[in-house]
Design a protein around this ligand. Structure first.
Ligand code: TYD
Ligand code: MG
Length: 455
C-alpha cells in the first residue's frame, strides 16, 4: 500500500487523524472530519518568517527579568471595561464571540471611538467594505475622523500594516474571514483560522499591541470551528441575548486579567449599544402584577448581584414522558429540583409538562437559583402567586434542605435597594444584625420555604 498523502482533520477542534472516521475521537463531534492536504494540515513554520525577532535560544532567570508591566487602560465604555477586568491590557488577545447581528462589530467600533485621543486603534474589517463601515459609524454618531480602518482579509497584508503603524489596539473583524497565503486551505477552515490567530497572537505578544478577534459562533454555541482559539487567547468574551430583545449581555468565559463570568449589560438602540449600569431594574421591567409561576431571584453573576425573574409554566402533560424545558438554566438541575419538590415538598409534578425560563435571555449557572426555580414551579402548579415584593435566593439540596450560598449580604442589599420588602433566604445566610427596611425570612427546609412563600 502506498502511503497516504492526506490527513483527516476535524473542523471543530482541529484534531488530525490518519484515516477518515464519522466521529472525532477528540471532541466527539460527528461528521466534522474532512480530508486535508498534509502540507496545509501541518502548516507549521509561519513564525519562522522572520518578523518576530525573538532570541529563541536565550534562557531567563526570573530574578533577572525586567518586570515591565505595560499599559492597562480602560476603554471608556464602563460595561465593557468591567468584563475585561478593568480595561485593555497591552499585548493581550481577546476573543469576542456571538451570533451574527448581535452587535460585535458595533461594540468594537464604539470601543475604538471611545479610545480615540488616548490610544490609537485600527479596525480591520474582512466582512464589510469601508463604505459600510463609514455608514455604520455615522449612524452611531461617531466622529468619522477618529476611526482608522483597513478592509483586508490577507493575513500578511494585515500584519504588514500593523507592523508599520504599531497601534495600541487592532480589532480583527472577523478571524474567520482572514486567510494566510502560506496555507492552501480555504478561508474559514480550521487550519486557516487557527494559524492566522496564532500568528496574530505572536504579533500581539512580541509587539505589545492589544488585539481583539471577533469570532462567529456555530449553532452549537462554540466559537466556530476551532475551539482551539479559546486556548490561544488571554480572554474570551461572549455576547448573549435573545433575538427580538434589545438586551445584550457580554460575559467573560475566560480572562487572564480579571474575574470570569463577569457580565456587562447593554441595550441595543438606534445609536448603537448603550450601557445599562443598573441591570436589575431592566431585567425586572415589564413584570406582571402577581402572576402565578413568577418569582424574583437574587442572583450573583460575576462580581455583582442581579435581580432576575424566573417564570415557570406547569401543565398537565398529554405525553407518556412529560416535557421538561429549562431556558437559561441547566436542564439536569431542573430535573433534580423537580424530584426534590416531589419527595420533600409533596408536589406531584411527574405527570406535568414543566417549562422554566429566565426573563431577559440571561443564563445563570449558580445553585443560588434553586429556591426561586422550585418556588416558581410550585406557584404555577398551585396556580397561586407569591407576593410581588418578595425576592428569593438559596440552594436546594437532595434531602430538601436549603443550603447557604456565597455573598448573602450583598444579595440582601440588592433586593432592598430595588424595593423588595421581604426576602426568603437560607437560614445560614441570615446576617447577625437584621437590616432595616426589609423583612428576612430564613428557612432550613423546603417545606418551610413553601409555607412561607404561600402563606
Ligand atoms: P453588528 O454589530 O453588525 O453585529 P455583528 O457584528 O455581531 O454581526 O450588529 C448589527 C445589528 O444591530 C443589526 O441587526 C442592526 C442593529 N443595530 C442597531 O439596532 N442600532 C445601531 O445603531 C446599529 C449600528 C446596529
Ligand atoms: Mg459584524
Amino acid at each position: 500500500m502506498s502511503r497516504s498523502r492526506s490527513l483527516y482533520q476535524c473542523q471543530s477542534c482541529g484534531a488530525s487523524f490518519a484515516k477518515w472516521q464519522g466521529q472525532c475521537g477528540d471532541c466527539g463531534e460527528w461528521n466534522t472530519i474532512v480530508e486535508t492536504p498534509q502540507a496545509a494540515a501541518k502548516a507549521g513554520g509561519l513564525g519562522a518568517r522572520g518578523w518576530t525577532g525573538v532570541d529563541e535560544l536565550a534562557l531567563a532567570r526570573l530574578d533577572a527579568v525586567e518586570r515591565e508591566r505595560g499599559w492597562r487602560s480602560p476603554v471608556g465604555i464602563g460595561e465593557l471595561d468591567r468584563v475585561l477586568g478593568g480595561g485593555l491590557v497591552q499585548g493581550s488577545v481577546v476573543l469576542i464571540g456571538g451570533d451574527p447581528g448581535i452587535g460585535k462589530s458595533t461594540l468594537l467600533l464604539q470601543a475604538i471611538a471611545a479610545l480615540a485621543g488616548r490610544l490609537r486603534g485600527i479596525y480591520v474589517s474582512g466582512e464589510e467594505s469601508l463604505a459600510q463601515l463609514a455608514a455604520r459609524a455615522e449612524r452611531l454618531g461617531i466622529e468619522l475622523g477618529t476611526i482608522e480602518c483597513l478592509a483586508q482579509t490577507r493575513l500578511e497584508a494585515i500584519i504588514g500594516v500593523l507592523e508599520r503603524e504599531r497601534p495600541a489596539l487592532a480589532v480583527i473583524d472577523s478571524i474567520q474571514t482572514i486567510w494566510s497565503e502560506a496555507l492552501t486551505a480555504a478561508p474559514g477552515s480550521v487550519s486557516q483560522v487557527r494559524e492566522c490567530a496564532a500568528e496574530l497572537v505572536r504579533f500581539a505578544k512580541t509587539r505589545g499591541v492589544a488585539v481583539i478577534l471577533v469570532g462567529h459562533v456555530t449553532k452549537e454555541g462554540g466559537i466556530a470551528g476551532p475551539r482551539v482559539l479559546e486556548h490561544m487567547v488571554d480572554a474570551v468574551l461572549y455576547f448573549e441575548g435573545e433575538s427580538g430583545s434589545r438586551l445584550r449581555v457580554l460575559r467573560a468565559l475566560k480572562n487572564r486579567f480579571g474575574p470570569v463570568n463577569e457580565l456587562g449589560v447593554f441595550a441595543m438602540g438606534d445609536k448603537g449599544l448603550r450601557e445599562v449600569p443598573n441591570p436589575s431594574a431592566l431585567f425586572l421591567a415589564g413584570r406582571a402584577e402577581r402572576a402565578p409561576g413568577s418569582v424574583v431571584m437574587v442572583s450573583r453573576e460575576g462580581t455583582r448581584p442581579l435581580l432576575i425573574e424566573v417564570q415557570a409554566l406547569v401543565d398537565e402533560s398529554p405525553l407518556p414522558s412529560p416535557r421538561r424545558l429549562a431556558l437559561g438554566l441547566d436542564g439536569t438541575r431542573l430535573a433534580m429540583l423537580l424530584a426534590v419538590l416531589h419527595r420533600h415538598g409533596g408536589l406531584a409534578v411527574f405527570s406535568q409538562d414543566v417549562f422554566v425560563n429566565l426573563v431577559g435571555g440571561l443564563r445563570v449557572a449558580e445553585t443560588a437559583a434553586d429556591l426561586a426555580v422550585v418556588l416558581a414551579v410550585a406557584s404555577s402548579f398551585r396556580d397561586r402567586a407569591v407576593a410581588k415584593d418578595l425576592a428569593v435566593f438559596g440552594e436546594v439540596g437532595l434531602s430538601g434542605e436549603i443550603r447557604p450560598v456565597a455573598h448573602g449580604e450583598e444579595r440582601i442589599r440588592e433586593a432592598r435597594q430595588h424595593g423588595f420588602s421581604s426576602l426568603l433566604l437560607p437560614k445560614a445566610n441570615l446576617p447577625r444584625k437584621a437590616p432595616a427596611g426589609i423583612r428576612l425570612v430564613g428557612v432550613e427546609r423546603l417545606r418551610e420555604a413553601l409555607d412561607a412563600a404561600f402563606s
